[in-house]
Design a protein around this ligand. Sequence first.
Ligand code: NAP
Length: 290
Amino acid sequence: MRDSRETLTTNAFVTGYPIKHSRSPVIHGYWLKTMGIAGSYRAHAVEPENFAEFMRLLRNGESGYIGGNVTIPHKESAYRFSDCKTEIAEELGAANTLWLEDGKIHATNTDGEGFLANLDDQAAGWDNTARAGKAAVVLGAGGAARAVIQALRNRGFSEIRVVNRTLVRAEEMRHRFGERVTAHPMEALQEVMRDAGLFVNTTSLGMDGEPAPAIDFGRLVHGAVVTDIVYVPLITPILAQAQTQGRRVVDGLGMLLHQAVPGFEKWFGKRPVVDATLRKLVIDDMETHG
Ligand code: NAP
């Protein structure tokens, strides 16, 4: 039998279904090793019909985990089956980070924090446009877009223009996040760029051999930043267009790295740092394992 104190304090997981493409074990494994922490972080595939049982075992300490990350398709179930939720998770209705405390499962969502930290890190001053009262444009209205829109609203953008193929999903963002969010159909994409200070792609447009729409970033304000949360490839077709047009671009890999920081700190007690070595390690892993 394993020592229950050890298992409750040092083992964490990432769960999803499937889970084998997750880069999270590489990220947390790097931090555990370089920070000299005797812990583990494992990928744990859980089929949707078994997720409730996974949460039950986590809650009563039988799984041996102190907490972990949750990814597709369990983010909403993780939120639902948790006992205590942060305000951020409450508003999103989805959780990506869980931890045990006093026999209860706590849940939060760190995607928005990772998104902001990546921009702060790679494009210092990117949010000056928010302070100057400029709008942000978000392409897409899926699960990840929710976290991005919430983060931009909380950072102070006066208007967040959400453009989506399915308009009703963009409208749902307005209902969820309030009247600073406006909803637009794809045909309005060029128009809504006018005077915006930030453009974020959260869709898979242009990936998997699909053609990327031609986007003219000329209407954005001077100094505006263009970012994509998709990070395979690092320079997506949308970022490539923005680069060609002379815009400052930020790739999405840093969001993945930074969203991992708060969870690691919760489980293992020390705040890790996102550095160039980690970034290279994850890029190498993507090149090797696809
Ligand atoms: P999702 O919930 O399935 O949403 C997908 C979004 O893309 C929807 O807005 C969808 O529009 C749009 N879309 C898909 N195909 C399209 C097409 N051909 N034309 C126009 N719009 C299209 O997915 P998600 O969870 O938000 O994830 C989106 C991407 O973000 C994924 O590639 C994921 O890997 C990435 N991501 C990155 C990070 C990071 O840390 N960097 C974190 C989370 C997610 P409809 O509503 O019209 O279907």
